[in-house]
Design a protein around this ligand. Structure first.
Ligand SMILES: CCCCCCCC/C=C\CCCCCCCC(=O)N[C@@H](CO)[C@H](O)/C=C/CCCCCCCCCCCCC
Ligand SMILES: [Ca+2]
Ligand SMILES: [Zn+2]
Length: 404
């Protein structure tokens, strides 16, 4: 069976200055292929160094490092075959890594108003799929068109430099722009002025090296900027692997957002730590019914006045001590990780905590009522707890007063 023409060697219309099959008959552009090794070294190191960042700040940062590695693999496939499919893989991987970096690291104040992070992720996914389809329709112009993505990237980096308080981030941004300009010049000359540089047809290899350095440095500085803007309480700091403690070698190492075990309890939720007595309620019967609680238990629940004590025994624990006249319950939830526990129907569920608009939000999944979202809002000595059964869109509200 004959392979489709798009997979055939040299089926791409794009061909670089390096002479084809000069070094070995198995690889079309040998040096352009092997220079992608840098993409297989630096992003995997960063994905390891960034594990803690992802867990503490709840950013799926592993995607961006995985995609940058895939850029390298796609480029290896492309330069070794110069096939049209290779070209598409190379271009689509670049598109995805840029879209992913924007989705993850643009601070909330830079998102289109009034979009929340989740909706922004969805919008970026739709845009990425749309651009991917366009890539398939017109592969010839993509590799030129993709360069226009550099304009917002550089604009974001310059803007971040103008508002960050960190000298390290400003310096990293300058260095990444320097590598990008050097890389882009090499790309342009190799692509358009090959006849003038035929004595040295390896500028595209240098583009691979320079753009990889520029891209990963700008991602590191942008991730740091995101942490600084969104979670200043996590005391973000950049360290340089492997020269972490040697000041004079700092900028030679691979920078990453420094390790911090857990985030200190954020200021905006610290005032939740108190004993609260219920003073009123709205729609609780409907909400409990939507959550699957039987009539008899609901009648008891709505008529019981509740006292609840919240505390943060350490930076990573949210403690709930809940009492009514007929029952009491103590529960512990991790702030940085998902907590497995039983729900009120004695089913195994998982809860995660996060801060949204300054309030502590808990989302519980896995039980028969589906997702349950609980928001705790403190205003002075008043606490409002809103519990929503998401799939039925029913919310019950309890009002509490702080006990002195
Ligand atoms: C919040 C934003 C922060 C900035 C994020 C920047 C993310 C950039 C990520 C990846 C870009 C990697 C590009 C690698 C290309 C390697 C493969 C390759 O050489 N392909 C060529 C064919 O072999 C192809 O012709 C190249 C096409 C051009 C791609 C243009 C990419 C624009 C990259 C913008 C980088 C901005 C760096 C920021 C510097 C301040
Ligand atoms: Ca060539
Ligand atoms: Zn290339």
């Amino acid at each position: 069976m004959e392979i489709p023409k798009e997979f055939k060697l040299l089926s791409s219309e794009v061909d670089w200055c390096e002479e084809n099959y000069r070094v070995t008959p198995f690889i079309a552009e040998f040096w352009n292929t092997v220079s992608n090794a840098i993409f297989l070294i630096i992003p995997p190191i960063l994905s390891i160094k960034y594990k803690n960042y992802g867990e503490v700040l709840r950013v799926p940062v592993g995607y961006v490092w995985a995609l940058l590695t895939i850029v390298g693999l796609g480029s290896i496939y492309f330069h070794s075959t110069l096939s049209l499919v290779g070209q598409l893989v190379d271009e689509i991987a670049i598109l995805w890594v840029i879209m992913c970096a924007w989705a993850l690291f643009l601070p909330s104040f830079m998102l289109p108003y009034p979009m929340k992070r989740e909706s922004f992720y969805r919008m970026m996914t739709v845009l990425t799929v749309t651009f991917t389809v366009i890539c398939f329709m017109n592969p010839e112009i993509n590799h030129n068109a993709l360069h226009f993505f550099a304009i917002p990237c550089v604009a974001i980096v310059i803007y971040a430099s103008s508002i960050t308080k960190s000298e390290t981030i400003k310096k990293l941004n300058k260095i990444s722009i320097f590598w990008f300009v050097l890389g882009f010049s090499s790309w342009l000359i190799d692509r358009n002025l090959c006849e003038y540089v035929s004595a040295f047809p390896y500028l595209h290899c240098f583009w691979h090296l320079f753009i990889c350095i520029g891209a990963y440095l700008s991602i590191v500085s942008q991730s740091f900027f995101y942490a600084e803007m969104e979670h200043p309480e996590s005391s973000p700091e950049i360290k340089f692997f492997p020269f972490e403690n040697e000041e004079s070698w700092r900028f030679v190492g691979v920078p990453y957002k420094s390790r911090s075990t857990t985030m200190p309890v954020a200021k905006e939720i610290q005032n939740l730590a108190a004993t609260w007595k219920q003073s009123g309620q709205e729609n609780i019967d409907k909400q409990l019914e939507a959550a699957g609680l039987g009539w008899a238990k609901r009648k008891i629940a709505v008529n019981l006045s509740t006292t609840v004590t919240f505390s943060f025994p350490d930076d990573d624990t949210f403690h709930v001590d809940f009492t009514t006249k007929v029952m009491s319950k103590k529960e512990k939830f991790s702030i940085s990780k998902v907590t497995k526990h039983k729900n009120f129907l004695d089913e195994d569920v998982e809860s995660e905590l996060f801060i949204e608009d300054g309030h502590l939000v808990m989302v519980t999944r896995g039980g028969s009522p589906g997702e349950i979202r609980t928001v705790r809002i403190v205003e002075g000595d008043k606490l409002t707890i809103k519990t929503t059964v998401v799939k039925k869109n029913v919310t019950g509200i309890r009002y509490f007063e702080r006990q002195k």
